[in-house]
Design a protein around this ligand. Structure first.
Ligand code: ADP
Ligand code: MG
Length: 310
């Protein structure tokens, strides 16, 4: 459905910034996660897919529509919903007015008129009760749901949401997860995030990018299974942690009852005294892939995609 081929983006300047480097990816219907740390190139990719930024080279097609072709691009816009990372809300407007205004900008009326569409969309994202309240009184989660409402107008085939869960509290995040998974039926929702839990909870498939490069494309289950028998956990005091870091591949270290609960990745050999084998998590796989420069398939814990799509 969405095909990205050898996409590269270089921001001109002194020095130029290579934000995306030869990205090749294919996605079908459902939720697809794009996971990566700040500066990885997620927003750049999302803007290109939304048709708002020109790539330096490469090709994007959605259902055989080529984004580089101006005629196709117009049809692409009609099939697209986009919630940018820095979505500007007008706090003085009510939720209802704000949404109506956005639909007007987007040129979407709906079969029974804009007013009916506004009510329908607010209902859909569970904001009907708050329709007459000013957006400045909305919580972070309510704002993001309003953002999703505008993205859904026109029943798009592709919905792009850029870091929508950053800044939401745990309860709002769960609520937002539920909404996204409901909406993923019959369309592609592309979710960019730096939060591993988003991907672990929501996305049957995901890709990892780092420094503009695709590091992996896999499923949460495979990513965990690749590390089975290689993750060990133990509790150590602070000075010991430094030694461990020098000798082993530490994936996570959490302060725990005044000491450190440490997880290490061990390709072979014996673990430190007192460490036990534990089930791998997606966090382990992610942190290993972020640290590892070689991107080897086992070494990252994720399936390697250097040079192609799995
Ligand atoms: P992410 O969304 O994953 O945090 P971005 O796509 O925003 O990453 O940024 C990727 C890289 O491109 C970063 O190094 C960032 O500083 C750079 N970058 C982003 N936008 C611009 C721009 N308009 N001009 C120059 N460099 C940019
Ligand atoms: Mg971003």
């Amino acid at each position: 459905m969405l095909k990205i081929e050898q996409l590269t983006k270089i921001y001109p300047g002194e020095p130029p910034v290579k934000a995306l480097s030869d990205i090749t990816l294919e996605m079908g219907e459902g939720l697809f996660g794009l996971l990566g740390p700040n500066g990885a190139g997620k927003s750049t990719l999302m803007k290109i897919l939304a048709g708002l930024l020109e790539p330096t080279s490469g090709k994007v097609t959605l259902d055989a529509l080529d984004l580089a072709n101006p005629k196709d691009r117009i049809r692409h816009y009609e099939r697209l919903g986009y919630l940018p990372q820095d979505f500007g809300f007008h706090g003085h407007l009510t939720g209802e007015r704000m949404l109506s205004f956005l639909l007007e900008l987007k040129g979407v009326t709906g079969p029974r008129g804009r007013k009916a569409l506004v009510s329908e969309l607010l209902e859909r994202v569970n904001l009907a009760q708050a329709a007459k309240r000013k957006v400045r009184e909305y919580s972070g989660g309510m704002r993001q749901r309003l953002g999703i409402a505008q993205a859904l107008a026109g029943d798009p085939r592709l919905v792009i949401v850029d870091e929508p869960t950053a800044g939401l509290d745990p309860e709002e995040r769960l609520r937002f997860y539920r909404l996204l998974s409901e909406l993923a039926v019959g369309r592609l929702i592309l979710l960019s995030t730096h939060i591993v839990e988003d991907v672990a909870t929501l996305c049957p498939k995901f890709a990892v990018i780092r420094k503009g490069k695709l590091v992996a494309m896999t499923t949460p289950k495979n990513a965990r299974e690749n590390l089975k028998g290689h993750i060990f956990e133990g509790v150590v005091e602070q000075p010991e942690l430094e030694n461990l870091r020098n000798e082993y591949h530490v994936t996570q270290a959490m302060v725990y009852e005044g000491a450190n609960k440490v997880r290490i990745y061990l390709e072979q050999g014996s673990p430190p005294v007192g460490f036990e084998s534990v089930p791998p998590t997606l966090e382990d796989a992610y942190f290993i892939s972020m640290k590892n420069e070689s991107n080897g398939a086992i070494a990252t814990g994720l399936e390697n995609v250097a040079g192609g799509v799995l």
